[in-house]
Design a protein. Structure first.
Length: 89
């Protein structure tokens, strides 16, 4: 099984909470990824493309595979920082 997902990566928990707030205020996930994500994928709206099991760090993978298409995760902490993950398909 594979999923297609985007993410927003920041260094601090307060930053990811602020981004969640901006989402509830109507900003798009892609716009926020371009504006705030520290990952190079941010310039593409956070798009990570398609990936299968074993390709991402365990906590990121678990969250991504638990989402339904269109859903956005709660903050996920990895060794890279704090992520919001949006499953595309």
């Amino acid at each position: 099984m594979k999923v297609t997902a985007s993410h927003i990566l920041v260094n601090q928990e307060f930053e990811i909470k602020d981004i969640q707030k901006k989402l509830t205020e109507g900003k798009t996930f892609e716009e926020l990824a371009r504006d705030f994500s520290t990952c190079p994928s941010g310039k593409d709206g956070g798009n990570l493309g398609e990936f299968g099991k074993g390709m991402m760090v365990p906590s990121f993978e678990k969250a991504a595979f638990a989402l339904m298409p269109g859903e956005i995760s709660e903050p996920v902490r990895t060794q890279f920082g704090f992520h919001l993950i949006k499953r595309i398909k």
